[in-house]
Design a protein around this ligand. Structure first.
Ligand SMILES: C[S@@+](CC[C@H](N)C(=O)[O-])C[C@H]1O[C@@H](n2cnc3c(N)ncnc32)[C@H](O)[C@@H]1O
Length: 330
């Protein structure tokens, strides 16, 4: 496994790692965080991942740390069930390193990268609707919405129209085909960044419901973290980071009173469910980005759970076409 854990020292420093603490690593990947926690503390670790290809590594970690580590193959939405399965009601720390791993990006057969030709797949869990199902079945308006919102792609309409014309001739089944047709639709390469970057990002976020999953796990974290427990999140693009930032802001800052000229009214008391001591996002050091260029876009935020009740309100997300509109493997 060649995934280098991102901002590892910062993540370890943010987590409570005294003996007996219970930590959930929601994104096991190559096990970078889990292994470092096990090596540097006497904490207990429960790790999750939705990708079955990480199971062999997880089993090896389990064999070496039988009574301090366990693994559950599940999406974030299975976090509480996985905790209950080992008798945990609450935990002291939850860490998330959201996004794709180097193993997922580097294996052409996973279909995540426009740099490597392979099947247009992109499914982290290896089942369900693939990126090919989406590009071959959804209508123009839905594709535009996905590229605009999840890719922040200004040329979303042009990309969607190019896909619709291409698939009239033959289905789009490979990453190479999609990358090339988007490149042509956008008039070729004009910078070092591949023209299909945002379209690929949007499809990946859509078929893996990455923002929906993140919203769900933030909500669960608020419910299951003990008072003083820590939530630590490393995000890789602005959509994820914005969601984490606004979730933590809503839970830690009293809403503003509006205009200072407005008449004073009785304020409803505000009981923050999270305490954010460092509002600034933490970025990787220049030494880390030089050593591991993939860490470049990482952003870390962390917060401490207070003693107040959970807000329980679901973070708002942009409206999106439903995945149920798409038939898997049609
Ligand atoms: C960036 S990698 C984590 C790397 C890990 N921190 C390490 O150092 O080895 C992200 C992992 O999270 C998993 N993942 C992403 N979204 C998930 C979700 N909603 N539920 C469960 N696992 C998820 C991916 O399959 C991937 O293996």
């Amino acid at each position: 496994m060649n995934h280098q854990p991102v901002m590892l020292a910062e993540v370890l420093a943010a987590l409570p790692l005294e003996a007996g603490k219970r930590i959930v690593d929601c994104t096991f990947g190559a096990g970078g965080y889990s292994k470092a926690i096990l090596q540097n503390s006497e904490a207990q670790v429960l790790a999750l991942d939705r990708d079955p290809s990480v199971e062999a590594e997880a089993n090896a970690v389990m064999a070496a740390n039988a009574n301090r580590f366990s693994f559950c193959l599940t999406e974030f939405s299975g976090l509480e069930a996985a905790m209950h399965a080992q008798g945990w009601e609450q935990v002291d720390g939850i860490v998330l390193d959201v996004g794709v791993s180097s193993m997922q990006l580097d294996q052409s057969e996973r279909g995540f990268s426009f740099m490597r030709d392979g099947p247009l797949d992109m499914r982290m869990s290896r089942f369900g609707v693939s990126a090919a199902d989406v590009v071959n079945q959804l209508g123009e308006r839905d594709l535009i919405q996905i590229f605009r919102v999840y890719g922040e792609e200004k040329r979303a309409r042009r990309a969607a129209q190019a896909i619709l014309s291409a698939r009239e001739i033959a289905s789009i089944t490979t990453t190479g085909q999609l990358a090339e047709l988007i490149e042509q639709a956008f008039g070729g390469k004009r910078s070092r960044i591949h023209p299909a970057t945002k379209v690929f990002q949007a499809l990946r976020i859509f078929i893996n419901d990455e923002l929906g999953e993140l919203a769900k796990v933030l909500l669960v974290a608020e419910r299951v973290l003990k008072p003083t427990g820590k939530l630590v999140v490393v995000a890789f693009h602005s959509l994820e980071d914005r969601l984490v930032k606004s979730f933590l802001r809503e839970r830690s800052e009293a809403p503003s009173r509006g205009s200072r000229f407005a008449p004073l009214t009785e304020q409803t008391p505000f009981y923050p469910s999270f305490i954010v001591s460092n509002r600034k996002v933490t970025l990787p050091s220049s030494e880390e980005t030089a050593r591991n260029p993939r860490s470049r876009s990482a952003r870390l935020r962390w917060a401490e759970r207070s003693t107040a009740a959970a807000f329980g309100t679901v973070p708002q997300l942009a409206p999106m076409p439903t995945l149920a509109l798409v038939e898997a493997g049609a």
